[in-house]
Design a protein around this ligand. Structure first.
Ligand code: GLU
Length: 562
């Protein structure tokens, strides 16, 4: 490697949420820079004025910050008490919409040197030519008609202000990209035409802007998804025409679902449509979507709903959407470390062993930053295995300390399930932590473990088998013990989990019965079922009034059963 410091970049277009594939690109760009003592740069590619939005930019930056993929150069952001971005090297701004002067200067230079030319065809004229080619069953390629114009005519039309695009004149020789993952990839001149570098609206196209920016920002290594491989020879051609250094390229495998389909945002709509059809819905279940639009969406396979509408609809219909964007995984209660670890494995194999000889799969961001390199990158498809990610998540959550779990859970609930923070204060969540963290696979699951606390005292069913086994069956009836204990409990002053456990124990000893004899009837009485967090915690979070009311209701229920 030369002495030039390694600089990698992630260059999202802010037209939606950060897709999981984008997050993997950002993560591995970050890791490559760290491994080589370099810098990681973030650039916002917002030249598509129509589709770009500030809220999307904000969402993408925050998702990256949440993942802990920190950029040195780029838009500034303060997140969770940490600062990201800056312009230490003075190569900003980092929003392409603020860099038009640079692109225009490059375009002028290309025109002057004969590498680019204005073309005046209207979109309709081009469309007609494209149709002609299709009808004649030959591949369409721009015919360079604008190059036939005499220089006088061209000058005259420009002076007149005729609308035009600027096209790059592709060389008539093959271009070989030396890809670090795929090896040499050669594309023949027939595969390209003179593509547009400045649109009619005066904005540069992606190809021009990305090439100018990578050069001006000193980017040494471009890692991106394989969907961009087809673009790279164009970028190389522009670099050569402008005398820029060529960065090193590495194109990563695309991410697919286990069934071989591409993992895309459309999967979410697909799942929601299926749920609506299964329910037989004929009108829109949410106010933000009209019945007509709902019907159209349901019918048309390619139609997608706006993200917030989709989330709302899924909630109302009660369907879990497949997670596709980083935001989805956040909402689903994954920890950032788990997600990063799993994402790194989508394409990369650390080729290292655990002490027991098995393949190393679980590692931290620090490990990734110390070991990541192109050597371990696969060429083929990367499959997104949700079962495996969930298993990683369950392990990581169980491994958190109780306090850490409580903190993470509270943070998560504050953002995605505020009922939990309204219902439990910080201390209670800490008390619940040890019982919950081993029973859930994601932070979201925690709600299920303590679901009994979110229903009213009259609002849950008693599970028939559990009632029979714990309260009705057998000689020393659980029900009798429960009734007696209710009296003792009503005078218990300290209703903290430990005090409750001690009280139950003492009561059982005085009756010379095992703790389970009372614990199970109590559990069934207050939750409706035989499984719950430890007894003291279960009763403690409900509070005494609620526990007594639930016992009374259970006693009545049992009376109606015999
Ligand atoms: N803005 C492009 C995208 O989001 C960047 C592609 C690249 O990395 O060059 O796909």
């Amino acid at each position: 490697m030369s002495n030039t410091p390694v600089i990698t970049r992630f260059a999202p277009s802010p037209t939606g949420h950060l897709h999981i594939g984008g997050a993997r690109t950002a993560l591995l760009c970050w890791a490559f820079a760290k491994r080589n003592g370099g810098r990681f740069l973030l650039r916002v590619e917002d030249t598509d004025q129509q589709r770009s939005s500030e809220s999307s930019t904000k969402g993408i930056l925050e998702d990256l910050a949440w993942l802990g993929i920190a950029w040195e150069d780029g838009p500034e952001l303060e997140f969770d008490g940490k600062r990201f971005g800056g312009d230490e090297r003075g190569v900003g701004p980092y929003f392409q919409s603020e860099r038009l002067g640079h692109y225009n200067a490059a375009i002028e230079k290309l025109i002057e040197s004969g590498h680019a030319y204005p073309a005046f065809e209207t979109p309709d004229e081009l469309e007609a030519k494209r149709k002609e080619a299709i009808d004649a069953k030959v591949g369409y390629k721009y015919d360079r008609a604008a190059l036939e114009l005499s220089s006088e005519e061209r000058a005259e039309r420009l002076a007149r202000g005729d609308e035009h695009v600027v096209r790059f004149k592709m060389p008539d020789t093959a271009i070989t990209v030396k890809d670090q993952i795929l090896g040499d990839v050669t594309l023949e001149p027939e595969e390209f035409d003179d593509f547009i570098i400045r649109k009619r609206d005066g904005f540069p196209t992606y190809h021009l802007a990305v090439t100018v920016d990578d050069a001006m920002m000193g980017v040494t290594h471009v890692l991106r998804g394989q969907e961009h491989l087809i673009n790279t020879p164009r970028h190389v051609a522009i670099q050569r025409a402008l005398g820029f250094d060529e960065p090193t390229y590495a194109h990563m495998p695309l991410i697919f679902n286990p069934d071989g389909s591409k993992m895309s945002k459309r999967d979410k709509d697909k799942a929601a449509k299926k749920a609506c059809k299964d329910e037989g819905l004929t009108s829109s279940p949410v106010s933000s979507l009209s019945d007509a639009d709902f019907a159209e969406w349901l019918k048309n396979k390619t139609k997608q709903l706006e993200s917030s509408t989709l989330v709302e609809l899924a909630r109302v219909v009660g369907v879990d959407l497949p997670e596709i964007d980083v935001e989805d995984f956040r909402r689903a209660g994954y920890l950032p470390g788990t997600l990063n670890n799993y994402l790194a494995l989508l394409g990369w194999n650390p080729k290292a062993k655990n002490e027991d000889g098995t393949d190393l799969e679980r590692f931290s961001m620090d490990y990734l930053a110390d070991h990541y390199g192109f050597e371990g990158m696969g060429k083929g498809q990367a499959k997104f295995d949700r079962v495996k990610l969930l298993a990683f998540s369950a392990d990581d959550i169980a491994a958190l300390s109780d306090d850490e779990f409580a903190t993470r859970w509270r943070e998560w609930a504050s953002a995605y399930d505020t009922e939990i923070v309204d219902r439990f204060d910080e201390a209670t969540m800490r008390v619940l932590a040890p019982a919950i963290k081993t029973r859930c696979k994601t932070l979201k699951d925690a709600r299920g473990v303590i679901g009994f606390a979110f229903v009213g005292d009259q609002g849950f069913e008693f599970e028939g088998k559990a009632v029979h086994k714990a309260l009705i069956k057998g000689e020393a009836k659980g029900l009798e013990l429960l009734k007696d204990y209710r009296e003792a409990l009503s005078s218990l002053a300290d209703f903290a989990p430990d005090a409750i456990e001690a009280h139950v124990k003492e009561f059982c000893e005085s009756r010379e019965v095992g703790m389970g004899k009372l614990a199970q009837p109590l559990r069934v009485a207050v939750t409706g079922d035989a499984v719950s967090p430890p007894l003291g915690v279960t009763l403690g979070v409900l509070g005494k009034d609620s526990v007594l009311a639930r016992i009374d209701r259970c006693v009545e229920h049992c009376a109606s059963q015999v």
